[in-house]
Structure formats: structure tokens, C-alpha cells
Design a protein around this ligand. Structure first.
Ligand SMILES: NC(=O)C1=CN([C@@H]2O[C@H](COP(=O)(O)OP(=O)(O)OC[C@H]3O[C@@H](n4cnc5c(N)ncnc54)[C@H](OP(=O)(O)O)[C@@H]3O)[C@@H](O)[C@H]2O)[C@H](O)CC1
Length: 358
């Protein structure tokens, strides 16, 4: 049975930071009973699979994971563990790991993973060795401007044209999760740059889309549903031109970030259908057994289409619930009938025993 109640649209519905947070709260609540660690593992696995798909180990053997202080940092660490077990060399920069992230860091400490010092210099030094950067610094709970030591990392990642890089290898490609770190999560105003505190030293983005001082990733992985803050980024014409199902791999040395169209993936195949309908998420249908979907170039869903899908989902949910009530009534009637039959059989047995005794 398909897990989505909706007709699968090949269009995207964006969610605000507050709706994304409400979805998380609902998933973690006693009603849906997902422990955060489970969702982190599922997200981490999908992220690792996408990194592996886009950046194969033979060409991109070394992944630098930038792990933030929240759940997104934990997603990155879970992905790091998978990539490590699949043979990638992993370095982690994550100065303030707590909760689930602390546990994941302990797990990683037994997998020969290189933990960098917490200062930005350590990150900068390692950047030269890294073939890919996994940006899991901040997700939908980010509120700008970025504070140190993260602000300096965002500056380093946004400076692909810095003179140092001109003499070294180009900056490695970046895979961001949910929102490129530093970008405002909601699309309300691009001028409200999350890292505007660093705008005096900011390089202008090569695509004109990134807020000042922010970088544009090569791959974006939206978890559950894309956030409004990436609307302009994922709907840019170059993204639409990228052929679907074709990884963005190129040898690192020739990696021309500015020209490369963004690859966009959706992951987080764990939303219960009723919750999807309740929040009007209108999610696409995933394929086969994959926990991710290539949604590169998909257009935004129109309001009418979203409303129609929402109404359809509600109707199907009600039908399912009615069916559930009918099934429960039938089951009750059947149980009663079975009880009566059993009682009749007992009485018959007793009668036989009395007769035999007589
Ligand atoms: N439903 C899903 O798909 C799931 C998504 N998941 C991932 O979880 C993140 C959201 O996780 P959350 O812990 O709520 O938030 P963040 O990872 O974005 O980070 C919050 C921490 O960041 C600090 N913060 C916020 N703004 C700044 C700033 N300007 N400078 C420095 N630090 C900042 C914040 O610190 P505070 O002191 O402000 O509280 C937090 O420590 C989502 O994006 C997904 O990646 C889950 O895997 C579950 C399912």
C-alpha cells in the first residue's frame, strides 16, 4: 500500500520554519511517538546515501562534516558514521555537541574518525584536504546572525574566490541539509541575511541568490519538506535544466561550482499519512524502497493544487477512519458471535456430561 494518502504530485510545497518545527513536535509527541534519535538515524542514512550517490568514494574520498549544536548536527554525525562504514575518510568539526550528538560522537570515536579542534583555523586547514563538505551546521531553528565560532566557518565556506583558494584547489563542493547554513529559513526577505554581521567581508554570491556572506551549495537535501528560504534557490532555471537521476559528480579539481546546477533531494520518508494530511504537506510519493527522492527542478505547487490535494487527503483520511470504525464494529460483532458459540458448545458439553453421569 502507498504510504501517502495524496495523489503524488511532481511539484513541491514549501513549509515555513514554524510549520517545520510543528511537524517535529508532532512527530516527537506521545501521539506519534518517534524518539528524536530514530528520526536522526533515518535522516542520517538518507543524507549519507545521497552524498555517496553524488560524490563517489573513488573521486571524493574525504568528507568534512560541519556539525552544528542542534538536531541537524546530529543528522550530520549519523550520516558521517554511515559514510565511514562505507569507506569514506571522515573529519568532523563540531564544537558544541550535546544530547544525541554527544552519543553519536562517542560512536564515531570508535570508527577512526578525525575530530578537528573547535577553532575556525582547524576547519580552514582541513578544508584543503576535504573533497566534499557536509554542511549540517544549522537547520530550521537557525535565527541569524550566526554567532562565533560558526560565523567564521560560514565566512570560510562563502569565500570560494579568496586568493588562498586561487593558489590551492578550488573549494570543495558543499552538500547542505534543509537550508544552506546562514540563509534565513523563511523566505520573507533575502536582505535579512542570517550572517549579515559578516557582510563587510562577504563575497557576493556567484549566482546572485545567496544572501550576502552566504554560500550556495551544490546539493541541497530538504528533510520532510523544502523550507520557504530555499524557494528561489531550487526553482532557479539552471536547477530545472539539470537532468534528473544523474549525479552531479565531477573530479574535484575541475569542479566549477558557479556553473553547476543545484541538485535537490527530498528525504525523511517517515511522515505518518494522517499528519501529512493534517498539516497540508502534500508530499511527493517516494519510489521503491528509497528513503530519498531526486526533486531537482520540480516547480512549486500552485495553491489550487495544494488545496485540492489537501481536501482529497482529508476525504481519504475520513474514509479510512470510517472504514476503521466499521472494521472495529464488525470485529466486535464477530467476537460476540464467537463467544455465544463457545458458550453454546460449553452448555452442550455440560448437558452431555450430566446425561452420561445419569
Ligand atoms: N522532521 C524532520 O524532517 C526532522 C528534522 N531533523 C533535523 O533537525 C533540524 C532542526 O533541529 P533543531 O535542533 O530544532 O535546530 P537546528 O539544528 O537548526 O539548530 C538549533 C541550534 O542552533 C543554535 N543556533 C540557532 N541560531 C544560531 C545562531 N544564529 N548562531 C549560533 N547558534 C545558533 C541554537 O542555539 P540557541 O542558543 O539559539 O538555542 C540551537 O542550539 C532540522 O533542520 C533537521 O535537520 C531531525 O533529524 C528530526 C526530524
Amino acid at each position: 500500500m502507498a504510504l501517502s494518502l495524496l495523489t503524488p504530485p511532481r511539484a513541491l510545497r514549501y513549509v515555513s520554519a514554524s510549520l517545520a518545527a510543528a511537524l517535529d513536535r508532532a512527530l516527537f509527541s506521545p501521539t506519534h511517538a518517534f524518539p528524536p534519535a530514530v528520526l536522526i538515524e533515518l535522516s542520517g542514512l538518507a543524507i549519507a546515501q545521497i552524498v555517496a550517490r553524488e560524490y563517489p568514494r573513488h573521486t571524493y574520498p574525504c568528507v568534512l562534516v560541519a556539525a552544528g549544536p542542534g538536531n541537524q548536527g546530529a543528522d550530520g554525525l549519523a550520516a558521517a558514521r554511515h559514510l565511514r562504514t562505507w569507506g569514506w575518510k571522515i573529519a568532523v568539526w563540531g564544537p558544541r555537541l550535546k544530547g544525541d550528538s554527544e552519543q553519536l560522537a562517542t560512536q564515531l570515536s570508535h570508527f577512526d574518525v578525525h575530530f578537528l579542534d573547535s577553532d575556525a583555523q582547524a576547519f580552514e586547514d582541513y578544508l584543503e584536504h576535504a573533497d566534499v563538505v557536509l554542511d549540517t551546521l544549522f537547520g530550521f531553528s537557525f535565527q541569524g546572525p550566526a554567532r562565533e565560532p560558526y560565523a567564521e566557518i560560514l565566512r570560510l565556506l562563502s569565500s570560494e574566490s579568496r586568493i588562498e583558494f586561487a593558489f590551492r584547489r578550488p573549494r570543495p563542493p558543499i552538500v547542505s541539509v534543509d537550508i544552506p547554513s546562514g540563509w534565513p529559513v523563511d523566505a520573507s526577505s533575502s536582505s535579512a541575511s542570517a550572517s549579515s554581521s559578516s557582510s563587510s567581508s562577504a563575497a557576493a554570491s556567484s549566482d546572485g541568490l545567496a544572501p550576502p556572506g552566504c554560500f550556495t551549495p551544490q546539493v541541497l537535501i530538504s528533510l520532510s519538506a523544502p523550507k520557504t528560504g530555499v524557494r528561489a534557490l531550487v526553482s532557479q532555471p539552471s536547477a530545472a535544466l539539470a537532468p534528473p537521476q544523474q549525479p552531479a559528480q565531477q573530479p574535484r579539481a575541475q569542479h566549477a561550482h558557479a556553473q553547476q546546477p543545484l541538485k535537490h533531494y527530498l528525504a525523511g520518508r517517515f511522515i505518518p499519512p494522517a499528519l501529512e494530511a493534517e498539516l497540508g504537506l502534500a508530499l511527493p510519493l517516494y519510489e521503491g524502497t528509497q528513503g530519498w527522492l531526486d526533486v531537482t527542478g520540480w516547480p512549486e505547487m500552485s495553491e489550487e493544487e495544494a488545496k485540492a490535494l489537501h481536501a482529497e487527503a482529508k476525504k481519504r483520511q475520513e474514509e479510512l477512519e470510517e472504514q476503521g470504525v466499521r472494521d472495529a464494529e464488525m470485529a466486535e460483532m464477530q467476537a460476540e458471535q464467537e463467544d455465544e458459540e463457545a458458550q453454546g458448545a460449553d452448555e452442550e458439553e455440560d448437558a452431555k456430561t450430566v446425561k452420561a453421569d445419569a
